[in-house]
Ligand binder design. Structure first.
Ligand SMILES: *Cc1c(COP(=O)(O)O)cnc(C)c1O
Length: 404
């Protein structure tokens, strides 16, 4: 019954027959990963600049992380959250000692972390005697997840389509525009949720000036400032947490993606007076903070810190932007290059960047396009320079071949 599929054709056929068609997949079955490489079931090798969508900051199957998962799987796999769990407490200590945060709650995903953060904000406002403050301001082109509340917080119409009525209490401001935030603010505002660098929305960094003004505004109005660092936390932007590169401290920070380097785990952390808002019975999850997930994440985060991967993300990100800017001179299809650390976007003068990413895929390069026309580079933070060079050579070849 549980016989393995052994080639692309069989995997694709079974995938089409038995799984929901929500991703519009490439017609291959992936079976193995190592570092910055991925292999499909027919043995074709790919350079992976997507890494599980910005998840494997250490690349596929990083040995210390694999060891932590294996050892924990054979020791204690799942345990009710009615008890403290050793690896969970260990991971919490690592996060708190390396951030401005005071306490953490573990979840399973980014969306679940953002839900928890918004629950915390509403509860805080109720405790302050402001039950009318329930609204959350988010931003156009943002992405916060796929659950009903987080898809509503997501400021993109295409995420909302077909799912109304949407939960009440969400308003959308323009990124890097303080006047727009002030316009959306009212007596019902509980919180602002923002990505320091918008990922899915097309790799759009916040400006330092804007985040500083936003911080001051939220403090003045006593509204909870939530940073969604699900995609850009854990070293990606050149700092362990993205806000550290901005010199701005949020009240609540959410994490997931790179936290477990591929094992599902999320977290939301809170600071100061926000750290003890949630009380027994207010919030919970069965799997969140599960021993395997947290033992794995503790190993992953330790490897990111000890190997100084945030610094490496700064260096390699600068190199990547430089190379793309060179390419831009020869290939006018590249309109703009932007990003922070190793989340880099190349904006293309095309309606659909698949014209570029599909031929790259054929040539063995996995490169993502987001927001329609933006190439999003989110490689492993430890990607060897030569591998990145190989990837850029394929990209340049494709741009030349399509005459752009
Ligand atoms: C991926 C992502 C999410 C959702 O995370 P899931 O684990 O898919 O629920 C939320 N916010 C941001 C910024 C993301 O990039």
């Amino acid at each position: 019954m549980n016989k393995k599929f052994t080639n692309n054709k069989d995997i694709v056929a079974a995938g089409k027959k038995y799984t929901m068609d929500t991703y519009g997949q490439y017609e291959v079955g992936m079976v193995k990963g190592e570092g910055s490489y991925l292999w499909d079931a027919d043995g074709k090798k790919y350079i992976d600049l997507l890494q599980g969508v910005a998840v494997n900051a250490l690349g596929h199957c990083y040995p210390d992380v694999v060891k932590a998962t294996q050892e924990q799987a054979a020791t204690l796999t799942q345990c009710a959250n009615y008890f403290y769990i050793e690896p969970g407490v260990r991971l919490a200590k690592i996060i708190i000692e390396n951030s401005c945060m005071d306490k953490v709650f573990f979840s399973n995903s980014g969306a679940e972390s953002n839900e928890g953060a918004m629950k915390l904000a509403r509860k805080y406002q109720k405790m302050q005697g402001h039950p009318e403050r329930y609204e959350v301001i988010s931003f156009k082109q943002s992405f916060h997840g796929r659950t009903l509340a987080t898809l509503t917080a997501t400021g993109q119409d295409k995420s909302h389509l077909g799912f109304d009525p949407l939960p009440a209490g969400f308003r959308y401001a323009l990124l890097n525009d303080m006047e727009s935030v002030k316009q959306e603010y009212n007596a019902n505002t509980a919180a602002v949720i923002i990505e320091p660098v918008q990922g899915e929305g097309g790799v759009i960094p916040c400006t330092e000036e804007f985040l500083k003004e936003l911080r001051a505004f939220c403090t003045e109005k006593d509204i909870v400032l939530i940073f969604d660092e699900v995609q850009v936390g854990c070293g990606r932007t050149g700092y362990l947490f993205a806000h550290q590169g901005y010199g701005v401290e949020p009240d609540v920070m959410t994490l997931a993606k790179a936290l477990g380097n591929g094992i599902p785990v999320g977290a939301f952390c809170a600071r100061g007076k926000f750290a003890d808002v949630l009380k027994p019975g207010n919030h919970g999850t069965t799997y969140g903070g599960n021993p395997i997930a947290t033992a794995t994440a503790a190993a992953a985060l330790t490897a990111i810190i000890e190997n100084k991967l945030p610094e490496r993300a700064q260096e390699m990100g600068a190199y990547l932007q430089e190379r793309l800017n060179e390419m831009k001179k020869k290939h006018p299809v590249i309109k703009e290059v932007r990003g922070r650390g190793l989340i880099v976007g190349a904006v293309l003068d095309l309606e659909d960047a698949h014209v570029v990413t599909n031929p790259c895929f054929e040539k063995g390069l996995i490169l993502n396009c987001t927001a329609g026309n933006v190439l999003r580079f989110v490689p492993a933070l430890n990607i060897p320079k030569e591998t990145l060079d190989d990837a850029l050579e394929i990209l340049e070849q494709v741009l030349t071949e399509i005459g752009k």
